[in-house]
Design a protein around this ligand. Structure first.
Ligand SMILES: NC(=O)c1ccc[n+]([C@@H]2O[C@H](COP(=O)([O-])OP(=O)(O)OC[C@H]3O[C@@H](n4cnc5c(N)ncnc54)[C@H](OP(=O)(O)O)[C@@H]3O)[C@@H](O)[C@H]2O)c1
Length: 253
């Protein structure tokens, strides 16, 4: 299926903006959602210049009811073929109190917010007998980062929710895919200092996600060798995994 009506959250910058630019073209309708109006407009204008019809949706994905209403209104006008729940945050942590605060914020946006943006589409897609739901998780969902427990937990939760829902919806024409990027050079990753193996641009990440969605891969994990390491590390006994994960410690600017 070639998606023609696509909803992308977190489209004001980073991977979401790169995805929007990648899909933009004549005959394509995009719904682009984020909180920052000016930045969202910039992405929208680039996509319009590429020939796409674009609706900007300024919203906070933590607001479940409002987001649901806005997304269903968009879907009523433009029956969505593909939704990409990409918006996410990673907060700086540090001492125990800061880590706790960061964790609740990350789980609220990265897990609950992602579900707030994706689940409203299940019923209308099911009724149409077609549609694809993409959840943007992270390799941190397979291999938890010591400095980002809340982020890692949210992303692991998203992987579990996505795999379970894909199976639950099998045979309905609605497919669920979970994208798990490694390190991507965006505003999110910019403030932290530490080893970021095989880091890639947002455009490259968008290309990989799009290719995986076209092939309807259940898990779109990349770059391939880092993804393999992350997935294998989930099976390795903790005393063997820990020395490697220690190398992935980071500090925030
Ligand atoms: N960068 C990486 O290394 C990396 C690696 C693996 C996975 N990921 C995942 O990829 C996704 C995109 O990340 P990125 O690197 O592109 O981050 P980014 O550059 O910081 O962009 C995050 C996007 O999410 C939006 N957003 C954040 N909170 C929101 C909220 N409450 N409501 C609506 N929109 C919200 C932001 O827009 P506003 O601020 O305007 O709302 C922005 O458009 C995230 O889910 C992230 O966890 C990133």
């Amino acid at each position: 299926m070639t998606p023609r009506r696509i909803l992308i959250t977190g489209a004001s910058r980073g991977i979401g903006a790169a995805l929007a630019r990648a899909y933009a073209g004549p005959g394509i309708t995009l719904g682009l959602l984020a909180r920052t109006e000016a930045a969202l407009r910039e992405t929208a204008e680039l996509c319009r210049a590429g020939g796409a019809h674009v609706t900007e949706i300024v919203a906070d994905i933590r607001d479940r009811d409002a987001v649901r209403d806005r997304l269903l209104a968009f879907d009523a006008e433009h029956p969505v073929d593909l939704v990409i729940a990409n918006a996410g945050v990673q907060h700086s942590s540090g001492d125990d109190a800061a880590t706790e605060r960061a964790s609740y914020g990350e789980i609220e946006v990265n897990l609950l917010g992602a579900l707030n943006s994706a689940l409203p589409f299940v019923a209308p897609m099911r009724a149409r007998g077609r549609g694809q739901i993409a959840l943007v998780s992270s390799l941190a969902g397979f291999s938890p980062l010591p400095d980002s427990p809340g982020y890692s937990a949210a992303k692991a939760g998203l992987i579990a929710y996505g795999i379970a829902t894909r199976e639950r919806l099998r045979g309905t024409g609605v497919s669920v895919c979970v994208a798990c990027p490694g390190y991507v050079e965006t505003d999110m990753a910019a403030p932290y200092r530490g080893w970021r193996p095989m880091s890639m641009t947002a455009d490259e990440a968008a290309r990989q996600i799009r290719r995986g969605l076209e092939r309807d891969r259940p898990i779109i994990a990349f770059p391939r060798s880092l993804a393999l390491l992350a997935r294998v590390s989930a099976l390795v006994p903790e005393p063997m995994r820990r020395p490697f994960m220690g190398r992935l410690r980071f500090t925030y600017d």
